[in-house]
Write a protein that binds this ligand. Structure first.
Ligand SMILES: [Zn+2]
Length: 419
């Protein structure tokens, strides 16, 4: 299959201005040529005229939970059914790639890659690694105990979305179990969170030795660790351990931001998820606020200032998750408004394209899609391409409206074609 996109005003994923009136040649699943020379339309199976639109590399959401049931007592099969629906949503929201930040993803990812169901490319973490009483210890009550064989009776923990590990040896094992399932990076819970019952939100989780064990096991397989954390204490420890991607990471200050800039630590901010979820999800709305939550909330207000001041490598991430109560259909798209407000259109768009491209380089042997480039529009990139109404470089929130996504191509295949 050979496709020509003509009259393409396109964003390459890196530069802050559109390139004008190019011709983009797609052969099978790759972009093979981008030129300003005359190209004969003969020999193409399809010619797409992008006149009046903007052409983008397919977007990357760097923090989703495709299939995770948050301890609401759902059975494993319910979680998977919802995960299949979420995967399809991601793709039709314009995200041709997602980095899954923890959950039950192996089968869903394989089904997408095999063409059984529709969905984005997926960089899976598989289970997140958590300490006992940590953010990923999703036991449903304090009455639940670890069984003699080391597993828990909780359906959430039995589903494989979370792996409880204490001590370096157990962390090594947990990380290697995820690598066995094809994890492209490892997710650890390095501090307290809002959606869990037993860990105060301001806690630091995992000792330095435990974090280093995770980093060592990952880096021996050519990849990196991403960590859930909010507080400065947990971030300083994670930086020392060699964690490369900070998730949420609200409590920034000059000292910490300098460390992050020096070490090239990526930051995935995930805009105010608790607020959004409070609007949408009874699960969150009904939870009592944890002590310390206000401090985290306050720090979020200044987070963007440090990211901009130190030009930290910003990743677009939404922390999309859905429990069986539903109601989050447009949550992923709504976050464009928050990004636009805090970082401007160019930085926000780069956070979902070119910076994700740089992040993916950290996965080396564990990259599930090594045959092409992701997050950029250039020769040798996968044919993951959007054609949209409006100019997202000037107003990135046009991407929040699915009607503006006129064409969605992933791996050379057209999923939406309304040009
Ligand atoms: Zn998350």
């Amino acid at each position: 299959m050979k496709i020509l996109i003509k009259h393409a005003d396109y964003f390459d994923g890196r530069t802050d201005a559109l390139k004008r009136d190019a011709k983009i040649v797609v052969e099978d699943n790759l972009v093979t040529e981008i030129t300003y020379d005359a190209v004969s339309e003969e020999g193409f199976d399809r010619v797409l005229d992008a006149q009046g639109y903007t052409v983008l590399p397919g977007l990357v959401d760097n923090h989703v939970h495709t299939a995770m049931h948050l301890g609401n007592g759902a059975r494993f099969d319910e979680t998977i059914v919802h995960g299949v629906r979420n995967a399809k949503r991601f793709l039709y929201n314009g995200f041709t790639t997602v980095r899954d930040a923890g959950g039950v993803t192996y089968g869903i990812k394989k089904a997408i890659d095999d063409g059984v169901i529709e969905g984005p490319r997926m960089f899976p973490s598989n289970a997140f690694i958590t300490q006992t009483c940590g953010h990923g210890d999703f036991r449903e009550s304090r009455g639940e105990v670890r069984l003699a064989d080391g597993v828990y009776s909780s359906p959430t923990l039995r589903s494989g979305e979370s792996y409880v590990a204490d001590g370096a040896a157990e962390v090594l094992k947990g990380v290697r179990e995820q690598l066995f399932l094809g994890a492209s990076q490892i997710k650890i819970m390095a501090g307290g969170g809002a959606s869990s019952d037993y860990d105060p939100i301001l806690t630091t989780q995992f000792t330095l030795e435990e974090m280093q064990a995770a980093v060592n096991a990952a880096s021996d397989y050519g990849t990196y660790v991403m960590a859930h954390l909010y507080t400065k204490e947990s971030m300083m420890r994670a930086a020392k351990a060699g964690v490369r991607s900070f998730e949420h990471a609200t409590e920034l200050d000059d000292e910490l931001a300098k460390v992050m800039a020096d070490q090239g630590i990526f930051i995935c901010v995930c805009p105010n998820p608790s607020k959004r979820k409070n609007e949408a999800l009874p699960f969150f709305a009904n939870r009592p606020k944890k002590p310390g939550a206000e401090r985290i909330h306050e720090s979020r207000k200044h987070q963007h200032e440090f990211i901009l001041k130190y030009d930290l490598p910003l990743l677009f991430g939404t922390d999309y998750m859905e429990t069986i109560v539903g109601g989050l259909e447009d949550a992923q798209r709504k976050d464009w408004f928050s990004f636009e407000e805090r970082f401007g259109s160019y930085r926000s768009l780069r956070a979902a394209t070119g910076t994700a491209h740089e992040l993916i380089k950290l996965t080396t042997y564990q990259n599930p899609y090594p045959a092409g480039k992701i997050g950029v529009l250039e020769e040798g990139a996968f044919a993951d391409i959007l054609i949209v109404r409006g100019n997202p470089l000037e107003q990135v929130s046009v991407l929040a409206e699915t009607d503006n996504l006129k064409l969605i191509m992933k791996d050379g295949k057209l999923y939406k074609d309304e040009l």
